[in-house]
Design a binder for this molecule. Structure first.
Ligand code: PHE
Length: 450
């Protein structure tokens, strides 16, 4: 079934929904961002806070977002009008989501472009005689060159616009169906390879033995932000994917599955990256460059290293693309339904805006590297503003809307889909009403102002 009878697209099955939702969740956030944030945040303590946030905060909010989408069957702005009342002020959360999607996708597409550039380097065998120095040189040259970054950003956006313009089922679902399983397979392969590196043991200690003296309010907020970023929460991405879901689908089950997959993949990617870091003595605090400096190293001294390197970077690119689809879908669903324009037109217009906005990120590592706002480049600013402010804020408001405005009836309906017990209902209700929004609120205030 691909339509719900009113002409609105619908995912073909539960399994495919889990695949596309994981496609949104699993992306640069897992393979690029999680390792470098854990690296700068001191390792184990950051990872522990992140895991607790996924379980007690991320999951309830995941369910809340899906529920609002699923029951309204509308874009994130209209969803609030349908669930509450026309012109409700709650619709501004939806608009904040659209704005955040623009900001995130503008820098996401540049980093996605770096991955495409690295895929190309691998394809043309530039990693053949690999040393730490030669990788560093490739990266430095890329960062210094706005033209090259803009070129690849354009390609990345072009592919995203093309796929999403084809439609929810014919574009997003069809692409994810192929890309996601291959990604899982390749990551598994790298995991096995990393297990045999001498640095593997240190990687496990670094990621799983916490040193709490390293935890500052700022790092705690970063871990919360990372939990939202990686699960695609707080800006309506899951809401819009939920809106193409059958109204009776069991949300607790799918949310749990997707979160589990997403977290597992982040941990595996972190393990792979840090095994290389400790084997070749890289700096864990290298920041956004970390994945790019480390990963090519695993391919050296490996049989068929050429093919593995090409395949790997292409797959990171695919993971990034399936996430970009959901970011773009937030914008496009809103544009088409609000302004009554065609999907193709909305996709192209969004692409043009995103390309323009993305130039600021592509120039953040060169021409505009000295131009800072609050001490951050445009790239840093867009990242911080969305990850540490808009996503947590949006998430608090989604939880409040679901837990208080729609209230116990909605929460009960969700729990009933899963045949949950009365006790589970009570625990879940108060997680959504108080624990999740309260904890995020406190962490935001502390992290931003101390
Ligand atoms: N979750 C994606 C990742 O980890 C990023 C993303 C954020 C996608 C928000 C959609 C919405 O890369």
């Amino acid at each position: 079934m691909t339509h719900n009878g009113q002409g609105r697209a619908q995912w073909s099955s539960r399994l495919l929904f889990v695949l596309v939702a994981s496609g949104s969740a699993v992306g640069l956030g897992n393979i690029w961002k999680f390792p470098y944030m854990a690296g700068s945040g001191g390792g184990g303590a950051f990872v522990l806070v992140y895991l607790l946030c996924v379980l007690f905060i991320g999951l309830p909010i995941f369910v809340a977002e899906l529920y609002i989408g699923q029951q309204s069957q509308a874009n994130p702005v209209k969803a609030f009008e349908i669930m509450h009342k026309p012109k409700t002020p709650w619709r501004f959360i939806g608009l904040l989501g659209v704005l955040s999607a623009y900001l995130i996708l503008s820098f996401y597409s540049v980093v996605g472009g770096w991955v495409l550039d690295f895929s190309y380097q691998a394809l043309t065998n530039q990693f053949g005689s690999l040393t730490q120095e030669s990788i560093q040189n490739i990266l430095t040259a890329l960062f210094a060159d706005p033209g090259r970054q803009i070129f690849w950003q354009f390609i990345f956006l072009g592919i995203s616009v093309y796929v999403v313009a084809q439609g929810v089922v014919k574009g997003i679902e069809r692409a994810s169906k192929v890309l996601m399983p291959v990604l899982g397979f390749l990551l598994f392969f790298l995991f096995i390879r990393a297990l045999f590196l001498p640095g593997a043991k240190d990687a496990v200690v670094f990621l799983f033995v916490p040193d709490f003296s390293l935890l500052t309010p700022k790092i705690v907020l970063e871990a919360v932000g990372q939990a939202f970023f990686t699960l695609s929460l707080g800006i309506g991405a899951m809401m819009i994917y939920g809106s193409y879901l059958n109204k009776s689908e069991n949300l607790l089950k799918v949310s749990f599955l997707v979160s589990l997959l997403d977290t597992g993949i982040a941990l595996v990617a972190g393990f792979v990256v840090f095994s290389i870091v400790f084997t070749f003595k890289f700096q864990p605090e290298a920041g956004p460059a970390l994945m790019f400096q480390t990963l090519p190293m695993i391919f050296s001294k490996m049989p068929a290293s050429y093919f593995v390197a090409v395949a790997f970077f292409l797959l990171v690119a695919f993971a990034a693309l399936t996430s970009a689809f959901s970011l773009l879908e937030i914008i496009i669903s809103w544009k088409t339904e609000q302004f009554n324009i065609s999907r193709k037109k909305a996709a192209v217009i969004a692409g043009i805006f995103l390309f323009g906005l993305g130039l600021l990120t592509a120039m953040s590592t060169n021409i505009l590297s000295q131009t800072t706002i609050f001490g951050l480049t445009f790239f840093g600013l867009f990242d911080k503003l969305t990850t540490s402010v808009f996503m947590p804020l949006g998430s608090i408001l989604f939880a409040v809307f679901y837990g208080w405005i729609l209230g116990p009836k909605a929460v009960k309906a969700t729990v009933d889909q899963n045949k949950g017990t009365k006790y589970f209902f009570i625990v879940f209700l108060w997680l959504v009403r108080i624990v999740a929004p309260g904890a995020v609120g406190i962490m935001m205030i502390k992290g931003l102002f101390y």
